[in-house]
Structures are given as C-alpha cells and as structure tokens.
Design a protein around this ligand. Structure first.
Ligand code: ATP
Ligand code: MN
Length: 448
C-alpha cells in the first residue's frame, strides 16, 4: 500500500520571514489524500529545546484524526508524534521544522471509516426514533493497527454531528484518558484538540495497577464490568448519553485470556458492533463466539499507522504521567510535594500472588486471591511508585470491601521514604492534605 505513497519535499520558493534556520515545506493535497509525518523522538541535546514540527493550513479544509484544522493557526507537534493530515476536498499545508519523514498518500481507508461512522449515525437516529439506546461499539485488533486512532475519529465525527458519545478506555498500557495502569470512561462533549487530544474533565477512572491486563485478568474483567454498570446506569437517566452510545478502545492482546477479556467486555457492555482492525482470524473467532445479533465488521488498517517499539511505548507512558502532574507540554500545572505520615494512610495492593489451588484455604477460589486487598507495609521500595488515591470512604471494614470497585480520585508518586521518621514525600497534583487515605499501589514507577 505504502508503495503508492509518493515521497515529496516541495520547498517553497521563498522561506517566510522569521523562520530562521527552520525548513518550511509546502504540500498541496488532492481530495481524499493525506500528508503523513513523524517528529523524531528521543532526548534533545543538552540545553536545546526538543525538536518540534509546526503545521499550518493555508487553503482548503483538513483534519487530523477527525479534528478539523483552523486556517492560519500554527499547530505544534512534539517528539514522537505520528500525524496524518487528511483532506476530503483538497487543501494546502505548510510544515516547519524537520519532520523525520513526510509524504503524501492517496491510499487511505478513510472512506470506509466514514461509512462506518455513517452506519453508526443511522443507528443513533433509529435509537432516537424508537426510544432505544444508541450503538455500543468495541474496537479490537492486534497492536499497532490504529485502534486508538479509529476510536478518536469515530468519536470526533459523532460529536461533530451533535452526539455525546462516551469513550471507554480499556487499554491499560496506553490510555488516552488517564495515567497508565487505569481503565476509564469519558463523556465526549467536543472534538479532540488536534494537538492535545480529548479534553479530560471529570473522567471516571479505576485503578488496575499495571500496564498489561495479563498481570491480573480477574481484576481487569471486574473493572470492565464496573465501567459497563456505571455507563448503563448513566444511560438510564441521560437520554443523550444513551443515544450517543459508546466507543470502547481495547488492548492489542487478542489471544488466550486477552481474547476472553474481549468476549467478556462485549457481553458486559452488551455491544452491538465490533470493529476488527486488520485481523481476519480474530474477526472469525468473534463472529463465532459472540451472539448472532452483534455486528462484527472487519476493517483494514491504514498504511500510515506506525509501529511503536517497546521503548517508544515506555516513553509515551512516562509522558502521560508527566502530563497528569505538569499539564500538557509540562507547563500548565504546578504539582505539590509534601510529607505523608505512614500512620495517616492505608496502602494496598490488589491481588495476592497466586498459589496452587490445593493450598487455598477451604472455600476460597483463585478469584478471591486476585481481587484480594493485600496491605502494604511502607518501606524504601515504595519509592517512585505511582499510587492511586481511592474514592472509597475512609472508614474501616465496611469501606474496605468496596475499594476494588471504587473509582479513584487522583494519583500521587512517592518521591522519598523515611522509614525512621515513618513518613514519605509525595508528588501530588493538589496541595495537602490528601482527599482520601486509602492508597492503591501500581507496578508502575515514575521518576520526576
Ligand atoms: P496500540 O496497539 O499501541 O494500542 P493502536 O492500534 O491503538 O496501537 P494507534 O495508537 O491508533 O494504534 O496508532 C499508532 C500510531 O500511528 C499513533 O502514533 C498514531 O498517531 C499513528 N497513526 C495512525 N494513523 C496514522 C496515519 N494514517 N498516518 C500516520 N500516522 C498514523
Ligand atoms: Mn491504542
């Protein structure tokens, strides 16, 4: 597919004033084509600002993953960005800076994706007419096929025609909503910002604690059910949310327990549509295993989707945590650091290490161990761990039972532990005191 793409670097005859040593390239795009570019990742040299690529729309109309661009506005993309500027009717854009690769392609699955949106919109119209609920859609596929991008596109198109769809984020490795190690739901009220993505006000977030569902599949499925319950309750009282339906983004783990988790999700959310990206076997398996009324659709991936290395994923996870504390581009929030006394908090890990069935106490099953709250004794090894602050009421036993199913109200990072003084220093988005005192530890660490 990408063989069709043409490598271009049309230099503008005159570089505009003030561009300095930056290179500016103008690209004219015909209708239904896109300009793909990447911004080099990696650490900037000492004392230098990270390389950025600046995009500007000069004429016509264009969009980035379904977010319309404004003319004569400069869009800045930082290291690691992989972008496609698509136009339905033709446009010209200019790129400033040094994109790693920039090429035009006329081979995109955008028409199929638009048709998919149109079909979902039909379902919403019908739901409105018949006083039913709108489409619940699950997007699945292996890693690096554009799942998250397709979700963003469909949500953008839906909100642009006045809908209020919900994004359900089940990718615990690369969450588009909250920090890694969480699952969440977010009501979409306006299109994503072309640079920053969806605005995340008041998401519903649950603590999972690690970056792959496999570390605790029971917990993963349990949280999927929690999200489904809350979403369904909301749909009962909020007609717009119900008609808007939801778009569920999933992880790229599609075998074994990963596959079972997809089937579980489909049933918990009672999904109506499953979009399978670029995986025929998965498509056939889901058609076989899901109830007959679920529409399973196979869609091609875009040739523009780029593979991301382990390292690249680690960097973007880190970035997501940094963004939580410091804001987009690290400049809008000012987090606080303060002491927390061990005696003022209770720290738990969810899930005891699994032990052979024969060793389990009478009447206990493996499920119980995976969902069990294990108290953590604070020590030096807590340093750098991300902790979720549970919304669960601070009370004793009664509250303890609801902790796994309680959403979280925020995150802190342990920056130092003093076992002598029995205190730890934490990085927190808000000033002291902590809003709640039940903390859940993640496998994930963050160095400030
Ligand atoms: P994962 O398995 O990590 O969840 P995914 O299937 O969700 O991956 P995306 O995150 O949607 O894949 O896409 C991978 C990368 O490719 C992203 O950085 C995205 O911005 C980029 N990308 C998607 N579509 C295009 C395109 N048409 N042109 C250029 N880049 C693209
Ligand atoms: Mn993804």
């Amino acid at each position: 597919m990408s063989a069709m793409a043409t490598e271009v670097a049309e230099k503008t005859s005159e570089e505009g004033p003030g561009t300095g040593d930056k290179v500016a390239n103008r690209f004219d795009l015909e209708k239904e084509t896109e300009l793909r570019f990447e911004v080099e990742s990696g650490e900037p040299e000492e004392g230098k600002k990270p390389e950025e690529v600046v995009l500007e729309l000069l004429t016509g109309m264009a969009e980035i993953f379904g977010s319309e661009l404004n003319r004569n506005k400069k869009y800045r993309f930082g290291p690691g960005s992989k972008i496609a500027v698509f136009t339905w009717h033709g446009c010209s854009v200019v790129l400033e800076g040094k994109p790693e690769a920039a090429y035009r392609s006329g081979e995109t699955p955008m028409r199929l994706y638009l048709n998919t949106h149109a079909a979902l919109e039909q379902m919403r119209k019908q739901a409105e007419r018949d006083n039913e609920r709108g489409p619940r859609v699950m997007v699945v596929g292996p890693t690096d096929v554009g799942k998250s991008t397709l979700c963003r596109l469909l949500l953008n198109y839906a909100v642009r025609v006045g809908r209020r769809p919900t994004l359900v984020e089940l990718d615990v490795g690369q969450s588009g909503v909250s920090v890694p190690g969480t699952v969440s739901a977010l009501c979409i009220e306006r299109p994503a910002d072309a640079e920053e993505g969806f605005s995340v006000q008041a998401p519903l977030v649950y603590h999972f604690g690690s970056t792959t569902p496999g570390t605790n599949i029971k917990l993963y499925n349990k949280l999927t059910s929690c999200l489904a319950d809350v979403f369904s309750q909301r749909c009962e009282t909020n007609r717009k949310a119900s008609v808007g339906g939801c778009i569920i983004n999933t992880c790229g783990w599609v075998k074994g327990s990963g596959y079972q988790a997809l089937v579980h999700c489909a049933s918990a959310f009672e999904v109506d549509v499953v979009l399978v990206l670029d995986h025929e076997r998965l498509y056939n398996e889901l058609k076989r295993d899901l109830p007959h009324f679920v529409r399973v659709v196979l869609l091609p991936k875009s040739g523009g989707v780029m593979e991301r290395s382990k390292e690249c994923r680690r960097v973007s996870r880190d970035e997501k945590i940094r963004e939580y504390f410091y804001g987009f581009r690290g400049s809008s929030f000012y987090p606080h650091i303060f002491d927390v006394r061990f005696s003022d908090v209770r720290i738990y890990k969810i899930g005891a290490p699994s032990i052979p069935d024969s060793c389990l106490p009478l009447g206990m099953s493996q499920d119980d161990t995976q969902l069990k709250l294990v108290p953590v004794t604070p020590g030096r090894d807590l340093t750098y761990h991300v902790l979720s602050v549970s919304c669960a009421e601070d009370g004793e036993e009664g509250a303890r039972r609801g902790i796994v199913e309680s959403p979280v109200c925020g995150f802190i990072v342990v920056t130092q532990v003093d076992t002598q003084a029995q205190v730890m220093k934490v990085l927190s988005p808000a000033r002291r005191p902590l809003p709640r005192h039940t903390l859940l530890i993640m496998d994930i660490r963050f160095m400030t």
